[in-house]
Design a protein around this ligand. Structure first.
Ligand code: GRF
Length: 217
């Protein structure tokens, strides 16, 4: 019997290379994840063009037109819910989300972050890893909770630093790993294998380690 489709809404503000990786991975016939819509807070986000090229519905909600975060988030929730999502995926969505928003999508809201969380929450992660002289950097997919970049980890990919790394070279290698681990996490969720339990993320009913599933290249 075919599995039920998992409707995914992707939120972004920019290039959308992670959206593209998700589009590509959802194209296979055996994919249970279906990208229902893309929502951006910026009309000029290149990710909207990627959505159009793939025939995916999109919507733009310009946050500057709303009277504060709560009003914007309420409109955003109404927009997203119009697409009846089973999963909401943050893919470079450059807005801090209110508690109401996060609670509304509790257990069905994923984010990708360009560091090995809990290291380097927030911005400029590649520069911070380089300046700290870290041996390893990477990226993380996590369930979103009210703590910024602090929700239970699902999967992390480790990227070793090399001696002549620059912010750009490191960012590029991390991005490549993002494009592997986000589709993986979305596939797990869509197949009903991944969920958020009381104590953290569960894969196939078993608690994931605090670091999430760890991938070393
Ligand atoms: C990625 O680095 C992701 O980790 C962060 O935002 C960036 C989005 O990149 N949350 P793209 O728009 O998917 O290319």
């Amino acid at each position: 019997m075919p599995s039920k489709t998992c409707n995914v809404v992707v939120l972004l503000s920019g290039s959308g290379s992670n959206l593209q990786a998700l589009i590509d991975s959802c194209q296979g016939q055996d994919s249970t994840a279906h990208i229902r819509a893309v929502v951006s807070n910026r009309a000029d986000a290149y990710g909207l063009q990627r959505a159009a090229a793939a025939g995916i519905d999109s919507a733009v909600l310009d946050h500057t037109r709303y009277d504060g975060r709560e009003a914007f988030d309420a409109a955003l929730m109404a927009c997203i819910d119009g697409f009846a999502p089973d999963l909401v995926v943050l893919a470079g969505f450059m807005r801090i989300l209110s508690g109401d928003f996060v609670r509304h999508y509790q257990g069905r809201l994923l984010n990708i972050h360009p560091s090995l969380l809990p290291r380097y929450k927030g911005l400029h992660t590649h520069r911070r890893a380089l300046e700290a002289g870290d041996a390893e950097h990477g990226c993380s997919v996590h369930f979103v909770t009210e703590e910024l970049d602090g929700g239970p980890l699902v999967v992390q990919a480790v990227v070793p630093l090399v001696s002549d790394d620059t912010v750009e070279s490191l960012a590029q290698r991390v991005h490549c790993q993002e494009h592997l681990i986000y589709p993986l996490a979305v596939r797990w969720f869509a197949e009903g294998r991944l969920r958020l339990g009381e104590q953290g993320a569960l894969l196939d009913g078993q608690p994931l380690p605090a670091s999430g599933h760890l991938i070393r290249s």
